[in-house]
Design a protein around this ligand. Sequence first.
Ligand SMILES: Nc1ncnc2c1ncn2[C@@H]1O[C@H](COP(=O)(O)OP(=O)(O)OP(=O)(O)O)[C@@H](O)[C@H]1O
Ligand SMILES: [Mg+2]
Length: 379
Amino acid sequence: MTQKLSAIEEVLMKSKVIVTVGSGGVGKTTSSVAMALIAARLGKKVGLLSIDPAKRLADALGMKLGSELRRIKLKPEIKGTLDAAMLDQKAVFDEMVTRFAPNKGIAEKIFQNSIYIEVSSNLGGPLEYMALAKLESMLRTGGYDLIVLDTPPDSHALDFLARPNILAGFIETGVMSWMIKPFHLAQKLGAGAIFKAGGKIMGGISSITGMKMLKMLAEFLVLMEEVIIGFNRVGREVSQALKADTTGFVLVTAPYNNAVRSAHHLLKELKANNYPLLALIMNRNLPFALQKSIARYPAVAGAVEPALKPGFEILANRQRYAASLAEQLVSEARQSAGKDVHLLLLEEQGQMIHSEETLWTFADALCSARTYGDQTTEA
Ligand SMILES: Nc1ncnc2c1ncn2[C@@H]1O[C@H](COP(=O)(O)OP(=O)(O)OP(=O)(O)O)[C@@H](O)[C@H]1O
Ligand SMILES: [Mg+2]
């Protein structure tokens, strides 16, 4: 006898790519890992791209941070497989350079270039881009049934999704070639000469940092030209993949003002870009048993120890507020994405979700999650 699939399992069964979005700390990475585990349990060959996960979470899955995909060892009863990469920015940047630089010598020079060292580890934003690049390589070579893509905290993930070939714009508008051309010429003529001449003309100013900086930037741009053209192609391909019918989004939020405000914003962005919302997860709710006690509180207030009363009142207010946030969110989601979109409610757990066992507990909770509205009808 086959069991009826849960809401999240149905979403996972019909998708090839799922992108998890939401504001910082709401549980995107945890939900992404949990969805990947559930899909593997459904027998799928799953790829998971996780971004800057907590080190303990990576440890729980036996992962090292880096761009390499590794097979995760799962419980023997799991029929599918899970390959995961837990990205950190520099690792992926390096991989792209290795892939697209015309030869090893240029790749090495890029790695040693001070601007590259600075940019590859500290520039915000490219992490999203890099994740998309990695997604493209997984789509191209991985043979996965489903890929789950986590997005970084407080990201402008959707900006990147909307125009993943942002670097292409640089080239198309000629900005890059305008910047690169003179330096190409300089290289052809024997690089040093021109800079030295420049130095003389400017009365030896080349010794000051500004000029040195310019020279370094020039070298960097010349070295990066091929790599940027490669980025551009990947951007176009991933952009197409994201438009596929089998790609969808899962929005994660929590019952706090900021998180819900950000969720409203993301809902608008998804709609504006025609990206389908498959599920809405509101994580970190007060434990359901506690919510029941709070609901009963007014009737039994007389019997409650006086010192505990303020605590109950605070929790009751918090719960009312959380319910109103949930209501607004679900009504907007249904307006923009259709009436089938449910808000799946998950409890705040008493423990950190940093072991394989607690990840499975979270995954099971996601499968049996009640949808918004259920909890108010419970006795
Ligand atoms: N329902 C929950 N109960 C208890 N702890 C949770 C729950 N959901 C997530 N956490 C914990 O909260 C922390 C943040 O979760 P997670 O890393 O998944 O969030 P995130 O949205 O990916 O954060 P970031 O935006 O920083 O990437 C983790 O330590 C995780 O174990
Ligand atoms: Mg995260």
